[in-house]
Design a protein around this ligand. Sequence first.
Ligand code: VAH
Length: 319
Amino acid sequence: MEEKILITGANGQLGSVLANALIERYGSNSIIATDLKHKIKFKCYFEVLDATDYDGIQTLVRKYSITQIYHMAAILSATGEKRPHLTWDVNMETLFNVLEVSRLNNIKKVFFPSSIAVYGVDVPKTNAPQNFATTPNTVYGISKVAGELWANYYFNRYGLDVRSIRYPGVIGYQSLPGGGTTDYAVEIYHKAINQEPYECFLNKTTTLPMIYMEDAIRATIELMEAPLKNLSVRTSYNVAGLSFNPEELASSIKEILPEFQISYKPDFRQDIANSWPESIDDSKARKDWNWKPKYNLKKISADMIKNLQLHYNYKTQKS
Ligand code: VAH
């Protein structure tokens, strides 16, 4: 049966890159990208969709005979703290809509992105375990813990094959992040490429789990294509790329762009970052579906700088 994959939040940092990766893998005719506005010209179907609208999702599922849903729409950690109740409502209502529409319309697989934001200060800072009673201190993190538990419930109660990854901070040149605490790790490259100093909103020793976009997208597709019988985690898999702090990131950039300058001015996002672990244990993902990252910090900086230089030269030529 031909796969028909619906993606919510296709304009987002991860959603937009995932949409293009799925187009490449399954073909334009198999992908239906959706978001609140038609901002990106994908080589696939696009539909305007507010994922808080149950009927809107169900209409598209039936119109395109959808077989899989990647639910990427959410309000992230930093933005979420500005409007806690809206964040809870949006993150949970959209998930419930996707889970219910999927259950009632025989969707084969659902992907639900979780995050290392599920962890709170009570979790070991290094090698944070796959399973741990945790008390996140952001609404985003609370909504992701709840989402993981609902994913597990829908699998056990209804047999809905919901799969999930706890993403670290994602770094990529293809898209801009939106409202996250790890966004500094993308913003910094854009400043460096444009020969501008960067004022970092976290202090220089704040080590966080991170992952390169190529690794994050590959992990997502590898998990979704793994044999069901191999999967032992029905909440969400820890997936680690690497861990570093702003000072280490700046140093790797300076190896290529020696003139780059960074300063540090922590803001409210420092408290969020302080509540997260420095590294996570992804041994379950490695065991169940052979997860292994390919990008270290040196490779990330080289690839980011090469691609952003091409991007900005293109923009300059076009303008
Ligand atoms: C955020 N980029 O900063 C997201 C991510 C691990 C953090 O979930 O909110």
